[in-house]
Design a protein. Structure first.
Length: 469
């Protein structure tokens, strides 16, 4: 497998099992059914009765042996020799824009795929729901998905404003989005004002102490880069109080603190009919009267779906970008972005449980078959919720299988007893933890968590593939 990867474009990666295509200094030889997310730059030979699906362009030559089948979503630039196989070329004009991170696919216990095309489509869907500017929230390493590739893809999709957690994330965004406006949500740590100026990032001021330090820096350096003022209008626990914001308003106007955005968060946006939303909206409107002429932002992903009354001048798209449902209780309007798979390390047959007198149970008992998967709570996989009516499930060979017990640090036991075809649960086979019908929100419900928590906890031990379809 590693020999094949070395012959692909630097930005391409193959999503096949170990032991698949091989290449030793010559063309890529496809010796088993394979799928490539990205473009192949070298000549390719698809051997007898094998299939190849290239989700990109085939930039080298192509030889198809008898009985083989090839599907290319993009184009083929090289010479085609068809010896009796089948070829479909859709000419979608895809580019080789895949990048990879982390350990190699053959060495990693699992693979995390991030669909940048769906990410961009989700951003476009959200922008179409508002006349305000749509910013992207890429805090917490883009909810665990990787701030640099995510911000880069969104910047290419037209996003001009980003919200990050801290200065290191701001630096990562600046590297891939040189012209973007960047707000740092965790605010101004003491002594860091010059670092904000160095990368032209804007702190989100959350307290009077931060505001005083920013005031000194702006006055001493004549800095005009701006900041945001975060006001707690709904008991969020972070931000200036309403009283502090009202008291400081005359000073902000007189001393020209450079406040470029008035910021707050709508607490109950996931519940569209909650009366507290209207109360908070009215509070925010009153607050705006103290800061005339300053753009305002209140709505997050869920708030976007409450309508224009919550949008003001800028909305902040966060978890919905990554495929998490912003409208709980209704159909998810977003496209899936994440797919997580891990390997089966061992398959074990367990004897039927014994009864209290030492014998076997009645006709209802049977031997159980478990597959141990190379993923655990060290990778961010959650424990099942004790009171959840939704069981934790995975997909193997397109079939749902229940998680048999809570994960250990590195292993997850899956009950594969009822699989119609036992051969799909074998050593080395891949199990889908997220994707193939298993949504992030479903996993969150079964573990008593949220989609944001599930996503942001995914560890860095996976082989990561960023691709476009």
């Amino acid at each position: 497998m590693s020999a094949v990867v070395a012959r692909l474009a630097e930005s391409a990666e193959r999503s096949v099992e170990p032991g698949g295509p091989v290449a030793e200094g010559g063309p890529v030889l496809i010796s088993r059914s394979s799928e490539v997310h990205g473009s192949i730059t070298s000549d390719t030979i698809v051997q007898r009765n094998c299939t190849l699906h290239v989700r990109g362009n085939l930039l080298g030559g192509l030889t198809i042996e008898p009985g083989a089948s090839v599907v290319v979503d993009g184009s083929i630039d090289g010479r085609i020799i068809n010896k009796g196989g089948r070829l479909q070329v859709y000419n979608k004009g895809l580019a080789a824009c895949v990048t990879v991170e982390g350990p190699s696919e053959t060495e990693a216990g699992g693979t995390l795929k991030i669909n940048l095309t769906n990410l961009a489509a989700n951003y476009e869907r959200l922008t179409k729901r508002t006349e305000a500017e749509c910013a992207a929230v890429v805090r917490a390493d883009a909810y665990g998905c990787g701030v640099s590739p995510i911000a880069g893809a969104l910047a290419k999709s037209g996003c001009n404003t980003f919200f990050v957690s801290n200065l290191p994330e701001a630096k990562s965004v600046r590297a891939v989005a040189p012209q973007a406006t960047i707000y740092v949500l965790n605010g101004l740590y003491s002594g860091t004002a010059p670092a904000f100026a160095d990368i032209n990032a804007r702190p989100v001021i959350n307290s009077t102490i931060e505001l005083a330090e920013w005031d000194v820096f702006v006055g001493a350096q004549a800095w005009e880069g701006g900041c945001a003022l975060n006001v707690d209008t709904g008991n969020n626990g972070l931000g200036l109080s309403l009283e502090e914001a009202a008291a400081f308003a005359p000073r902000v106007q007189a001393l020209n603190h450079g406040v470029a955005l008035l910021l707050s968060r709508l607490n109950h946006a996931v519940a569209p009919h909650d009366a507290r939303n209207e109360q908070q909206l009215e509070t925010f409107r009153e607050l705006r009267r103290f800061y005339p002429g300053i753009p305002a932002s209140l709505a997050d992903s869920s708030g976007i779906f409450l309508g224009s009354k919550t949008h003001f001048d800028l909305v902040r798209a966060g978890s919905a970008l990554y495929g998490i449902n912003p409208t709980p209780g209704a159909a998810n309007p977003m496209l899936p972005v994440i797919e997580l798979k891990a390997r089966i390390l061992q398959v074990r047959d367990l004897a039927a449980p014994a009864t209290h007198n030492g014998g076997k149970n009645g006709s209802g008992s049977k031997r159980r078959r478990l597959a141990l998967v190379s993923l655990g709570h060290a990778d961010g996989y959650p424990r099942p919720a004790g009171d959840s009516r939704t069981p934790l499930q995975v997909a193997i060979g397109g079939q749902r299988c229940p998680v048999a017990a809570a994960p250990s640090m590195d292993l997850l036991p899956i009950d594969v007893t009822n699989l119609p075809d036992r051969s799909v649960a074998r050593f080395g086979a891949m199990v889908t933890l997220i994707g193939d019908g298993v949504a992030i929100d479903e996993l969150a419900a079964a573990s008593g968590s949220t989609g944001r928590e599930i996503l942001s906890r995914l560890g860095r031990r996976f082989h990561r593939i960023y691709y476009a379809t």
